[in-house]
Design a protein around this ligand. Structure first.
Ligand code: PLP
Length: 380
């Protein structure tokens, strides 16, 4: 066996792989909560690709970037403290880990509506805690009265609600959940991985009644920068209501310059946090607000057009996320038919439907292509 390196072969493979890998700019990626990273993010990521985000002593720029993000995004949510993580899943696991560390005398249980993201199941599996799900209509937020009943009955150490659910964009009642958490002494984590950079703007612009803040009783909020923040993957922020909660997320690591490491990962892409900060600075709150409005208008455009198709049921979007189904094909069949046409949507299994997430890169022309494909599949 020839074990010599073969740079030519590697290049050929990369070139060939590039030619068959879809890109957001071609308009085919319509279901994923990812988007094309902003060019300054790509530049920063490349420039700082060698930086270990776990070593703020050699690389103080990592802490600077983290501060820029926490102050900037935190200002939108009334949050002051936080930690940069490598995505919504890490943020959710870390939030529950912190919640369990600070809980005293409560059951090893987490309560969450059934619409919660699967990473909460993952966190509970990893931590060996029981996850009690409140059955909810996937198109509706959890009822605060029912949430309180579950908290009374199960005495959880943590409650998780979602501000922008994965399958339907539903916004749970964060303020009311905060009141319940405060009254019962429970850690409340708000998963705003998807909605964190949409809800404050869409609320202000009159598209949405709910707002998102670090309300009294809220302990943590996660916001993904690699979703609507237009930052390169992987990038998320876990906001915490108290500075000392950050300590609970730190682990002894004697050989490191500071003797410890905060967050779940060890060596991690420092370029990602620097890139996210550069993107946030470049776009600014005003730019994110304009993005949110444009995305929402596009989602309403898609809904309007789908509603006119006789064999499609389309649900009115709450956030820029469209859910629709066919009256003649199962959602799995329709998924496959779109996949065959190189249109990549995702599924909303709880609604037996498909999901389009109108991310910053999605243009009306891309949506028109989808509408035309649906017409042709249904013979309209
Ligand atoms: N939370 C919500 C509400 C999500 O929609 C997602 C992903 O879509 C996540 C968490 C997990 O994020 P990530 O894929 O970045 O780990």
């Amino acid at each position: 066996m020839n074990t010599a390196g073969n740079p030519e072969k590697a290049r050929r493979w990369l070139e060939e792989a590039r030619s068959r890998t879809p890109h957001h700019s071609d308009g085919s990626i319509l279901g994923s909560m990812t988007t094309a990273p902003h060019p300054i993010g790509v530049e920063a990521f490349k420039e700082f690709i060698h930086v270990n985000g776990n070593d703020p002593v050699i690389y103080p720029v990592v802490e600077e970037a983290s501060r820029i993000l926490i102050e900037g995004v935190g200002a939108l949510l009334g949050a002051e403290h936080g930690i940069h993580t490598s995505g919504g899943t890490e943020s959710n696991i870390l939030a529950l880990y912190i919640g369990r560390r600070i809980s005293r005398g409560r059951e090893n249980t987490v309560v969450a509506p059934s619409s919660v993201h699967r990473s909460i199941d993952k966190a509970c599996l990893l931590m060996g805690c029981r996850l009690v799900k409140i059955p909810v209509d996937p198109l509706k937020p959890v009822d605060p009265g029912v949430l309180e009943e579950y908290v009374r009955k199960h005495k959880p150490f943590a409650v998780v609600v979602t501000a922008g659910t994965t399958e339907a964009g539903v916004v749970d009642p964060v303020k009311e959940a905060g009141e319940i958490a405060e009254e019962h002494g429970v850690f409340l984590h708000v998963d705003a991985a998807y909605g964190g950079l949409l809800i404050p703007f869409l609320h202000r612009r009159g598209y949405l009644a709910e707002d998102l803040r670090m309300y009294p009783g809220v302990s943590s909020i996660s916001v993904d920068m690699h979703k609507n923040g237009c930052a390169p993957i992987p990038s998320s922020i876990l906001f915490l209501s108290r500075r000392d909660y950050i300590e609970e997320a730190c682990f002894e690591m004697e050989y490191m310059p500071r003797g410890r490491s905060c967050g779940l990962l060890g060596t991690r892409p420092g370029g990602a946090v620097i890139a996210a900060a550069a993107v946030f600075m470049t776009i600014g709150a005003k730019g994110y607000e304009e993005n949110a409005v444009r995305m929402m208008e596009n989602a309403l455009y898609l809904h309007e057009n789908l509603s006119h198709l006789p064999m499609i049921t389309s649900y009115k979007p709450i956030l820029p996320l469209n859910v629709f189904k066919s009256t003649i094909y199962t959602y799995e069949e329709l998924f496959k038919a779109l996949l065959d046409r190189k249109l990549y949507v995702y599924k909303s299994p709880s609604l037996q439907a498909l999901r389009v997430v109108v991310m910053p890169h999605v243009e009306k022309a891309h949506l028109d292509r989808l509408i035309n494909a649906l017409k042709s599949i249904h013979g309209v």
